[in-house]
Design a binder for this molecule. Structure first.
Ligand SMILES: Cc1cc2nc3c(=O)[nH]c(=O)nc-3n(C[C@H](O)[C@H](O)[C@H](O)COP(=O)(O)OP(=O)(O)OC[C@H]3O[C@@H](n4cnc5c(N)ncnc54)[C@H](O)[C@@H]3O)c2cc1C
Length: 415
């Protein structure tokens, strides 16, 4: 017997779980197939910064606007999946003061709440701040706990009738008479799914997934390292106020500080070298903002791989003079309908950020609903995720969907 559904979503990261929630809330029948536990891809291996958009202003106004809009929505609906810490942008002596002024003006223009702090106010909030820090502006950055966020989206989807299958890798996608009709699942499930619509939300693995349906989709995965050190009580996120580069963000957890990150192209998102120099560089760079991290004990290191869409990256290289490292530009998302490539009712959603997962899910769900003639509006920005007032309940969801991941494993309550 095969599993029957209206929509099969491949991938149980933030995007896939968000799509399942959105579609199920609009009344569609949804199955999610995730090859590992939920959030076991990039979502659970990110830096966990809830962007305010200040990082992308002024280079990318649209990306910054998307971030601040979604940041505000998540503060409303996501409770203990996020932490409202605020963030600093710190100018050091070697940083261009004009960059600080431009960022400040761009944030004000976009409507991102920003304040230049008096030196003593900044040092009262972050006593360990580098003595030579010259200027600090405060923005509404925060921290996101992806294991909880993804699991809460899955729990909401389940409440609305969706089925979430973990350890269920998609090994084949069927296309019959130019139309996607289902997929084969291996792993613990080992069954066929018959679906009227297939959504590829496999992140950095989206190219491999599309190939299962005979569709070409080129991704350009880049790895980044995170280094978590023993550092209790850091208040805000610390960002270096310079054009984005290696080791310019410190994300506070309750007793740890997470240093990151790098951006290095890899051939295979499942097979790449985890290099010691990356770890050392994070400590060296981040210690320029917070000197004590140089001697703090390293407790955990992990790597994540960005789901970058290759044609977009090629455009960025052209735009930034061929340097090929356009981290200053936000990672916008792409919704690709594969109808023209001979696979009707098959779409892929790639790129984006953890911060903008809900918006990506909404765009995808709008597209799928159009195919089904469903005109229910999206409600994911208004309705709270389940369990958000109760950390234990959230962590039960994490256990239920096997969503415990490196980014926030120090924060989750024990199994
Ligand atoms: C180093 C790094 C730091 C980052 N930091 C931040 C940050 O601080 N803030 C921010 O907003 N964003 C950040 N990002 C970006 C963000 O993490 C990603 O854009 C986002 O998490 C992608 O989510 P996703 O659901 O699209 O992909 P994923 O989370 O990767 O989900 C795709 C899922 O598909 C599954 N899958 C793959 N193949 C199959 C198959 N054949 N069958 C079934 N399932 C399959 C995978 O196991 C995976 O779980 C960072 C990214 C990296 C790499």
């Amino acid at each position: 017997m095969s599993i029957q559904t209206e929509v099969l979503v491949i991938g149980g990261g933030a995007t896939g779980a968000g799509i399942a929630r959105d579609l199920a809330m609009r009344g569609l029948d949804v199955v999610v197939a995730e090859r590992g536990g939920l959030a076991s891809g990039t979502s659970g291996r990110s830096h966990g910064l809830l962007h305010s958009g200040a990082r992308y202003a002024p280079a990318d106004e649209l990306g910054a606007e998307e971030c601040i809009r979604e940041n505000r929505i998540l503060r409303d609906i996501a409770g203990h999946c996020i932490r409202d810490t605020g963030g600093f942008f710190v100018q050091l002596p070697e940083d261009d003061p004009e960059f600080f002024d431009e960022k400040l003006a761009a944030c004000e223009g976009i409507g991102i709440e920003v304040e230049v702090l008096e030196d003593e106010t900044a040092r009262a909030e972050v006593p360990g701040l580098a003595p030579d820090a010259e200027r600090v502006m405060k923005v509404p950055d925060g921290v996101v706990y992806p294991s909880r966020l993804v699991a809460a989206n899955a729990a909401s989807a389940t409440d609305h009738g969706a089925e979430i299958l973990t350890h269920a890798p998609v090994t084949d996608i069927r296309v019959e008479d130019g139309r996607a009709t289902g997929a084969t699942l291996g792993g613990d499930v080992d069954e066929d799914v018959e679906a009227e619509y297939v959504v590829n939300a496999a992140g950095t693995w989206a190219g491999e997934c599309a190939a299962l349906a005979g569709v070409g989709l080129e991704m350009r995965p880049t790895k980044g390292v995170m280094v978590s050190v023993d550092y209790p009580g850091l208040g805000p996120v610390l960002n270096r106020c310079r054009p984005p580069a290696d080791g310019d963000i410190i994300v506070p957890h309750e007793t740890q500080a997470v240093l990151g990150t790098t951006s290095i192209e890899v051939g295979d998102p499942d097979e790449f070298d985890e290099e010691h120099w990356e770890v050392q560089k994070m400590v060296e760079e981040c210690a320029k903002m917070l000197p004590d991290v140089a001697t703090s004990e390293i407790l955990r290191t992990w790597w994540g791989v960005r789901p970058l869409y290759a044609p977009d990256e090629a455009d960025r290289e052209t735009m930034d003079g061929g340097e090929g490292d356009a981290r200053g530009i936000s990672r916008g998302f792409f919704l690709l309908d594969h109808d023209a490539e001979g696979a009707e009712n098959f779409a892929s959603i790639v790129g984006g950020k953890l911060t903008t997962y809900r918006m990506m899910a909404e765009a995808t769900a709008d597209h799928v609903c159009e195919a089904f003639g469903v005109d229910e509006p999206c409600r994911t920005a208004e309705e709270n995720l389940p369990g958000v007032d109760d950390e234990r309940r959230l962590d039960e969801f994490v256990a239920e969907y096997d969503a415990r991941s490196p980014t926030d494993e120090d924060v989750l309550t024990a199994d």
